[in-house]
Design a protein. Structure first.
Ligand SMILES: Cc1cc2nc3c(=O)[nH]c(=O)nc-3n(C[C@H](O)[C@H](O)[C@H](O)COP(=O)(O)OP(=O)(O)OC[C@H]3O[C@@H](n4cnc5c(N)ncnc54)[C@H](O)[C@@H]3O)c2cc1C
Length: 432
């Protein structure tokens, strides 16, 4: 049984480990140089005799029972380890030999699988406002990633957005010596009062709040940054729909924005979804045969839920019954994830923060007033160039859809990662 796992975050590592423990031959692919995903950021120290970890390797297309991967600067010993582990039959020999004559580093280009587990996680969602495309504005996720490397970009910082993720980001920046001017949470904490069932099932999450007690005095709810010009940052008090009801100016050098997360679901464009997320059954099976999904691609609920889903996916893909402990952790975790989605749902009033010349798409410099009266995302892209740049709409697509009222088509792309055209052109032609 050959199982390929895409993603080496909490979900992917758990899936790979569980499947290998069940006797499957497992390859875990990740674009990063080390395992850990967003939460552990290279600090996972993953190792398992039954798992070949392909680092610096991007998965870009699922075609039947084949996963296409690229840019493999694998050290040669890792390539031979893959061959030794019996995976050489799964590699495309012709492409391997082509690689040796090209500028590309050696390594597999196609992996055949009996089962595929997608655990590609999520990326954070910023909301635009006047000045968000200028210097001194980054996503909360980027700030956190830099903080984990011991870097903070400025002295006076502001964190703005919605959801509990704002608190670890603010804490990390403060721990690095930054002056935390404010943490602005757009939603009202009273929304959590309606979520007693989820809270009771996840009491440990309340305990986690204690870790962030140092930043709680700086937390203001029903508030958000709605403009930044130089070091002058406009903070508004919001109503329930996030329309500003009053505002004031604070001084800050860096604004970190985080309005929740959007899943990276590009690899399976045709899988059934609910909202942005893959639908999975109780064994983490997607609607695509032999393809499973685990972690934040199925819903946003934190690293522990991602890990438990990974255990279930790994067991199920290897033909085993999922462990009862993981099933229970997923049941509880999903209650929390659903409550989180309700309590911190993005409200439409943010659309009133923009001026006509506010940038919506940073890659293609598309402003609010450039967005056309399109009826579909495709028409909107072709007529305004929004979502046509390097990020391919990952940052701006959802916001542009909300601003124009066109249906958001999820993250449906033919190719999951940006690939230079020359590299695509260099691929050998299909043999019929
Ligand atoms: C930027 C960011 C920072 C975060 N920081 C924290 C934090 O500090 N604390 C916290 O509690 N939660 C944090 N989160 C939330 C956190 O992501 C989750 O709780 C948890 O890591 C989810 O686990 P996962 O396995 O589903 O996905 P992830 O941990 O995101 O792992 C997904 C992995 O898939 C890889 N990948 C994606 N697409 C491809 C592809 N096409 N080919 C190959 N590899 C691919 C990625 O490189 C990544 O390593 C953060 C989220 C983001 C987006």
């Amino acid at each position: 049984m050959r199982i390929v796992v895409v993603g080496a975050g909490p979900a992917g590592m758990a899936a790979a480990r569980t499947a290998a423990d069940a006797g499957a031959s497992v390859v875990m692919v990740d674009s990063e140089p080390e395992a850990g995903g967003q939460y552990l950021r290279g600090r996972a120290r993953f190792g398992h005799a039954g798992v070949t970890h392909l680092k610096n390797t991007e998965a870009w297309l699922v075609e039947g029972d084949v996963l296409h991967v690229r840019r493999t600067d694998l050290p040669r010993d890792e390539t031979s380890r893959l061959a030794d582990s019996g995976w050489d039959g799964a590699l495309d020999r012709e492409r391997l030999s082509q690689d040796e004559t090209s500028r590309l580093a050696p390594g597999p280009r196609r992996l055949r699988f009996d089962a595929l587990i997608i655990a590609t996680g999520a990326y954070d969602r910023p909301l635009p406002f006047p000045g968000w495309d200028g210097p001194g504005v980054i996503t909360a996720g980027a700030a956190q990633a830099l903080a984990k490397q011991g870097v903070t970009l400025a002295e006076r910082v502001v964190v703005t957005g919605t959801g509990p993720f704002l608190l670890p980001v603010a804490t990390a920046l403060q721990d690095l010596g930054a002056t935390l001017v404010g943490v602005y949470e757009a939603s009202s904490p009273t929304r959590w009062l309606r979520e007693a069932r989820a809270i009771t099932a996840n009491r440990h999450k309340i305990g986690e709040l204690a870790r962030y007690r140092k930043v709680l005095p700086r937390l203001e709810t029903r508030s958000a940054v709605i403009a930044k010009h130089g070091d002058r940052v406009t903070v508004a008090k919001l109503d329930g729909q996030w329309r500003p009801v009053s505002h004031r100016t604070v001084q800050a050098d860096l604004v970190c924005i985080g309005y929740g997360f959007l899943p990276r679901t590009d690899l399976l464009p045709d899988a059934r979804r609910t909202g942005d997320f893959y639908d999975v059954d109780e064994r983490q099976r997607t609607s695509v045969e032999n393809v499973y999904a685990a972690g934040e691609v199925t819903g946003i609920g934190g690293a522990d839920l991602a890990e438990a889903e990974g255990v279930i996916a790994g067991a199920a893909a290897a033909g085993q019954d999922p462990p009862a402990k993981a099933v229970e952790a997923v049941r509880r975790g999903r209650l929390f994830a659903q409550a989180l989605a309700r309590a911190h749902a993005v409200q439409p009033g943010w659309q009133t923060w923009l001026d006509p010349d506010t940038t919506v798409c940073r890659c293609e410099k598309v402003r609010l007033e450039d967005l056309t009266d399109a009826v579909s995302m495709r028409e909107l892209k072709l007529s305004s160039r929004v979502a046509m740049g390097r990020c391919q709409g990952r940052i701006c697509g959802r916001n542009a859809a909300d601003l124009t009222g066109v249906p958001f088509d999820g993250q449906r792309r033919v190719i999951a990662v940006p690939i230079p055209l020359g590299e695509l052109a260099a691929l050998p032609e299909e043999k019929s």
